[in-house]
Design a protein around this ligand. Structure first.
Ligand SMILES: [Fe+2]
Length: 490
């Protein structure tokens, strides 16, 4: 399909990013044409970036005097002695170190956020019911809500103070954060915009993240979000691990989300004086603030491997069966995070995006299943066929681990009738799933929301028992088996 690469809307209609490159007839490009920033590609690399050339010290990290009298500050995200592949740090060369602030004060609780998902907490509910939410309302034009004030927690597991668990949130806002930065001391945010782009300023530079893209802001990294009008999206927050790419096993070295397609900011600074800012710290799910008289994004140069990043989901290389059957949904994993159970991840981010469906002699819809995993799905744009409820962009569908699900009988019947042709599916659509081996509990905000609805259980009432219609045939088979068994016994 021909695409106008300058129109951001067009990226929602493509089958894959490859289409935007127009068979090599135009210069290749790594970020959408309306993206105002420059990036560095690669995931897990050690990067360096300087807004003023010659500022990053070479051969050492902490010189007696840094160029321009800058302060050197290390942000260490792992244990100092963590193995190399999981050892994460960044050196920041800045106008003032982060410690230059005027102390912390408590902020009032945001009653719509939650961090303790242990069932002993009276503010969370356990439910084996298949739950769903219609799209959450955006703030009205009279309300001014920024990214931090617009956070609402839906479900999660564990507790950040235990350093193991996760939370899922939505954000509903219409104002930019002004003279206000957020730093999550609990864990990493994977942010999934659904409506409206996020223009994110970080200490490492800028990220522009549009629906169809995701970004990861890691624990301890300060950031500020600018929006343009009503803005909605989803967040997966993880505690005690960082996001990484899944192993590829027999797929080899390429496929799914390729490391080279993850984009990192380049250094950009804002140095101010007599400029009142507040830096909001989230710790143990509570919000605190510190004030300072200068901009916190005053990093002129940096190097390290602990850097925020973004990824365009249209670049995901889908794989699947080219003969029969479904491959398990782990093939849709964009990012994963380890738990302390070596056999099960803490969290996976999966996407369901345009792809070919070609398996023959195969029941093509999602088969009836019960999983060890809890599944929380959202829809970024388009339509998603594999869900039985009223699933719309900006809404949510959730099943706790081991809750059975699958399509209604009519769909089963249609899908069982004849072999479908090879076809493109999920066109013009991206759905995602936050998945975990941990059962989630549901927050008061989500439980009491008017948007909540349960799957209509009657939709499975007419799942016909086809087996009983074969009673005589089965009895005949069993009788013949008995005689064989007796004969063999003799
Ligand atoms: Fe499922």
């Amino acid at each position: 399909m021909p695409t106008d690469v300058s129109n951001p809307k067009e990226y929602q209609d493509i089958f894959h990013w490859a289409e935007t490159q127009k068979n090599g007839t135009i210069p290749s490009f790594a970020a959408r044409k309306n993206d105002p920033y420059e990036y560095m590609p690669g995931l897990g690399n050690s990067f360096e970036s300087e807004a003023i050339p010659g500022t990053v010290p070479r051969g050492q990290n902490s010189p007696r005097c840094v160029r321009f009298g800058l302060y050197a500050e290390q942000l260490t995200a792992s244990a100092f002695v963590a193995p190399r592949h999981s050892n994460k740090k960044a050196w920041l060369y800045r106008a003032r170190p982060a410690v230059a602030h005027q102390g912390f004060t408590d902020m009032p609780d945001n009653p719509d956020t939650e961090s303790n998902f242990l069932p002993i907490n009276p503010r969370v509910r356990i439910s084996p019911t298949q739950l769903a939410w219609l799209p959450f309302d955006l703030p009205g034009s009279r309300d001014k809500v920024d990214f931090v004030s617009g956070l609402k927690t839906i479900a999660g597991a564990g507790d950040p103070m235990l350093r193991e668990g996760l939370a899922t949130h939505v954000y509903l806002c219409n104002e930019s954060m002004e003279k206000r930065a957020l730093v999550n001391s609990d864990g990493d945010y994977c942010i999934v915009p659904q409506q409206g782009a996020l223009d994110i300023q970080t200490e490492f530079g800028h990220l522009y993240v549009q629906p169809g893209e995701i970004c990861v802001i890691q624990r301890g990294q300060r950031f500020k979000v600018k929006v343009d009008g009503p803005t909605r999206g989803y967040i997966l927050e993880i505690w005690g691990a960082n996001f990484e790419l899944p192993e590829l096993g027999p797929l080899g070295a390429n496929g799914l989300a390729n490391a080279r397609d993850f984009l990192h900011p380049t250094a950009a600074y804002e140095v101010t004086q007599n400029d009142p800012w507040e830096v909001i710290y989230k710790l143990g799910g509570k919000f605190f603030k510190s004030t300072q008289q200068h901009c916190p994004f005053d990093v002129i140069a940096w190097h390290g491997n602990y850097v925020p990043y973004k990824y365009d989901l249209t670049k995901f290389v889908n794989v699947g069966s080219i003969s029969v059957d479904h491959i398990d949904p782990s093939i849709f994993c964009v990012l994963t995070a380890k738990s302390r159970d070596p056999t099960a991840p803490l969290a996976d981010v999966l996407i369901f995006s345009p792809r070919w469906d070609v398996a023959s002699h195969t029941y093509r819809p999602p088969y009836y299943h019960r999983n060890a995993a809890s599944e929380l799905m959202g829809l970024i744009y388009g339509e998603y066929g594999g869900r039985s409820d009223d699933f719309q962009p900006g809404g949510i569908s959730y099943e706790c681990g081991m809750v059975p699900h699958g399509v209604a009988y009519e769909e089963f019947f249609e899908a069982s009738k004849a072999d479908p042709p090879a076809m493109q599916i999920s066109k013009g659509s991206i759905a995602f799933m936050f998945e975990s081996n941990k059962p989630f509990t549901i927050t008061d905000y989500a439980w009491n929301s008017k948007k909540k609805h349960e799957h209509e259980p009657k939709m499975w009432d007419n799942l016909v028992d086809n087996f009983s219609g074969h009673k005589e045939e089965v009895e005949k088979i069993m009788a013949s088996l008995k005689s064989v068994t007796i004969n063999q016994g003799k």
